[in-house]
Design a protein around this ligand. Sequence first.
Ligand SMILES: Nc1ncnc2c1ncn2[C@@H]1O[C@H](COP(=O)(O)OP(=O)(O)O)[C@@H](O)[C@H]1O
Length: 195
Amino acid sequence: MRLILLGPPGAGKGTQAQRLVERHGIPQLSTGDMLRAAVANGTEVGKRAKAVMDSGQLVSDEIVNQIVSERIDQPDAARGFILDGFPRTVPQAEALTQMLADKGQKLDAVIELKVDESALVSRMEKRVAETLASGGKVRADDNPESFKKRLNEYREKTAPLSAYYASTGELVTLDGMADMDTVTAEIEKALHANA
Ligand SMILES: Nc1ncnc2c1ncn2[C@@H]1O[C@H](COP(=O)(O)OP(=O)(O)O)[C@@H](O)[C@H]1O
C-alpha cells in the first residue's frame, strides 16, 4: 500500500503515520526526518538544507525529490510506504507521479487531514512543552517565528496539492480536529473503501 498524508504542520500526520506503520507493516518515509538525519550526519545535503529548514522555509524540490526517489528504492519500501511531508509542492507531486510510473508503481490513497489553523500554534507549543518536560530535544524549527513561516509555506505551496489530488480522484479529506483514535479509524475506513 502506498499512501500520502497531507496536512499543515501540527495536523497529526506523524502520529497517524506511526499508527499506520504498526498496523500495516510498511515504513513511514518522512522527508523531515530524512533531512534532519542528513543535517545531523553533516552530509552535503544536510549542509545545504540546515539554514533553510531552521528558518521554516522549504528545501529545494531537486534535493527532496532525489532523497525520496532513492528512499523508495530501498527493500523495506518494496511492499509500500507512507509518505509524510512529501510531496509539499505541485512540482514535487508531479515528480512523484513520474517517479512511481518509472518504477511501475502507483498510489493507493492521498489522505488530507483538515485542521483549524488557530489550533496549530497551540498544538506546536504543547509538543514543545511536552518534549522539554520529558527531557527531550526540541526541533530547531519549533519556535513561534519558524512555525509561522512553516504555516505560510504550507498555505502558499502545499495547500494547492489538495486541488491537484482532487483532480486525479485520489484525494480523501478527513477531519484532523477529531481526537486521534477517531482520525485513525477514519483513515482505516477510507483505506478499506479504496481497497
Ligand atoms: N517535501 C519537502 N520539500 C521541501 N522541504 C521539506 C520537505 N519535507 C521536509 N522539508 C523541510 O523540513 C522541514 C521539517 O519538515 P517536517 O518534519 O515534515 O515538518 P512538519 O512537522 O512541519 O510537518 C520543513 O519545514 C522543510 O524545511
